[in-house]
Design a protein around this ligand. Sequence first.
Ligand code: SF4
Ligand code: SF4
Length: 462
Amino acid sequence: MEKETLPLVSPDQVLSTLNPDGTRRWLAPRLAKGRYWKKRRVVAYVLMLLFNVLPWIKVGGKPVMLLDLVHREFTFFGVTFQPTETVIVTALFLSIFIGIFLATALWGRVWCGWACPQTVYLEFLYRPIERVTEGRFHSKGRAGVPFPRKVLKYSVFAVVSLHLSHTFLAYFVGAGEVLSWSTGSPGSHPVGFAIVWGVALLMMFDFSLFREQMCTLACPYGRLQSALVDPNSVIIGYDVERGEPRGKGKRGTEKTKDLGDCIECKLCVAVCPTGIDIRDGLQMECIACAECIDACDDVMDKIGKERGLIRYASEVELAGGKAKLLRPRTILYTALFVALLGIFVSLLGSRELSNISILRTGGSPFTALPDGRVMNLFKVRLENRNKVDRTYTIDIVEPGFTTSPEALRVELGPSETEEFQFSVFGMFDQFKDGQADLHLRVSDGVDFESITVHPMVGPKNL
Ligand code: SF4
Ligand code: SF4
């Protein structure tokens, strides 16, 4: 007897982007061009403009921002931090992270709705392109769009993604390098070519197909939201007290006299880019884009009710209470943010513009020469953090010691580093119990001079 196969259908909706049978529910959110959407659009275009022009702007001959991961050098506003300055860079990045935590504790996912590149580019670049290229077929869903229009849409997406991938990579390798990759033959830059196309394909996949799944499933920050907000955080919420019981019908009539302000038009759901119903309460999928506020405010205007049935408010305020600004988490995040920023600023202020490291090399500690001299080998690393060229000289302070090469002189451009070895010679009688102090002076001839003591090693018995 053949076994009956039951369809895998969930009785409840598991995810806003899943159909009951587990297939993807494609979202085509409507647009609510309200006051918040207009403000977000201004913010989005300013951010897009900044993203595109920053790699080309130079401060003191260097890019405004360059994250050279290969050489572990990070440039911000013309200041290059070398791998030896990990503490400063770490303090900066940690203060940014804690700043985002603080903003989340205060205003929920404000970053997601207003400034995250995923939202900015999806809602204000890719979706507008989709609406224009699909035209009147846009509302018919993916299946209803004619093939030529799909080709047109994906062609424009491809061009935009390629441009964005070039710009994105300019932050890691520099605008000049990306320009040479894009104007040269792919054969002469196979790695660069592969990276640009790889990033462009990932962008195509993300903005064409993955879309809201990035925010609801993949993004770790979205997952952290429940740990970062509390009932006093400002979120986008539905006023249950005012809206319920919800129902259709003309307000003010006998039939609707007991109903709340929500007329069950579901426009707040239709505009939601993650497909949720904000009236079900705060959900992890909400990216705080404020589209539902704009949609509902418009409805309230039309039915002559006060705006704000859905609004920016904390859960405490929505329940009729008064939200607290000073809470353990906001105090802790503020303290951490200020401390980290303070560490960053003080390290930056005390940063030496020349960094020197001189060490005796490993292996044989000394070499005794037949002419009565003792030789030690040193390794030096010089780093010029100035914005101009510098010429460094190294010389020995006390008489009796000599170096090879005799003249230790190095010219370094801005942010350049050089490593080399040199030998120091002393006579046997300059060593006491096999030790002698060597004073080395490093100077750039302008405003830097350092004298450091280095132990030389020699024979203990003459
Ligand atoms: S848009 Fe406003 S009135 Fe319409 S269903 Fe949503 S909450 Fe109710
Ligand atoms: S519930 Fe409202 S604020 Fe949240 S994602 Fe949907 S439309 Fe945006």
